[in-house]
Design a protein around this ligand. Structure first.
Ligand SMILES: [Zn+2]
Length: 310
């Protein structure tokens, strides 16, 4: 077995689907597959599918003459990486699931459990849009908003596995209610879902954030107002992030980043207006798309392996 045969079994488990892959240590994906999460079946059934899929991938690797050396699993919610426990997740239904040990027992491979956005940030910082910077803030904007602060290729986890919850920075004290129970959080104002909701509320017609961006660019005043409000709130959140972390690069991922210059041009200006003595970070779009979680899970597993063999 030569080092070129080594692969990591990687899974990125989301509320609706699982992205799964065999990833080489250099970050190249040699095989990818997707499965439904079907979270409505309950957490035990979801865990069963995760273990079956991971075992299947390890088997496929061996059948293809490759050597699975580790397993990395990313899940949403609150994740205790040190204990390997999925502490809490609203959209998958996990409550204190010892997923790392379950996978290690089933596969017989060293396994790491990570948070989906934190490992996504890890991948963007090491292999993607932040790869030339030592200090990176990765911000994923979709249904919600979450971030990962990556320093020299390692993402801060926090004392309770909940670092990076930038979506719950208070930006508008009188703002709309957030899923966390408090009004005015960043994600209640500026997530893709919040933008669509706000536009629907004011216009009476449903629209996605992408449609709001399109209509704003076409000169529709209401869409322009909703889009501008969201950009201003995002800039407030990012300015807070920059005050805390002083990063070289902010990488924006998730669905909203696909608005391209319609997001990045006004956001860059609004962020610049809010910074005083802080240095302006480079503001760029994520480069790895929805593969970032899987790649990051693989990187986390390799990091764990390297630490264990030391
Ligand atoms: Zn909140």
């Amino acid at each position: 077995m030569t080092p070129g045969d080594e692969v990591v079994v990687a899974l990125d488990v989301g509320g609706t689907g699982m992205k799964c892959a065999l990833v080489r240590p250099d970050g190249a994906t040699v095989h990818a597959e997707r499965h439904a999460t079907d979270a409505a079946r309950g957490p035990e059934a979801v865990v069963g599918t995760i273990l079956d899929v991971a075992e299947g991938l390890a088997g496929k690797a061996r059948a293809d003459g490759l050597s699975p050396v580790a397993c990395g699993i990313a899940v949403p919610g609150v994740v205790d990486e040190a204990r390997g426990v999925a502490v809490w997740s609203a959209n998958v239904g996990f409550r204190d699931v010892p997923l790392r040990d379950l996978a290690r027992e089933r596969l017989g491979l060293p396994t790491a459990l990570g948070h989906d956005v934190r490992v996504g940030g890890l991948a963007e910082a090491r292999l993607g849009a932040g790869r030339d910077a030592g200090h990176v803030l990765f911000v994923a904007i979709g249904t919600g908003i979450a971030a990962a602060h990556v320093v020299d290729g390692s993402a801060a986890v926090g004392a309770h596995g909940a670092a990076g919850e930038i979506g719950h920075i208070l930006v508008r004290p009188d703002g709309p209610p957030c899923g966390c129970g408090r009004p005015g959080c960043l994600e209640a104002v500026a997530s893709a879902s919040a933008i669509g909701r706000r536009y629907a509320e004011l216009s009476g017609a449903p629209a996605t954030a992408a449609e709001v961006a399109d209509r704003a660019a076409a000169g529709e005043p209401l869409a322009d107002r909703v889009w501008r409000e969201a950009v201003e709130a995002l800039a407030d959140g990012l300015a807070t992030g920059q005050a805390l972390f002083d990063v070289a690069t902010i990488v924006i991922g998730g669905g909203l980043a696909q608005a391209g210059p319609r997001l990045f041009d006004p956001l860059r200006t609004a962020l610049r207006e809010r910074l005083t003595f802080h240095r302006e970070p480079r503001l760029v779009a994520a480069a790895l798309g929805d593969e970032a979680g899987c790649l990051g899970a693989a990187l986390l597993a390799l990091d764990t392996l390297a630490k264990e063999s030391r």
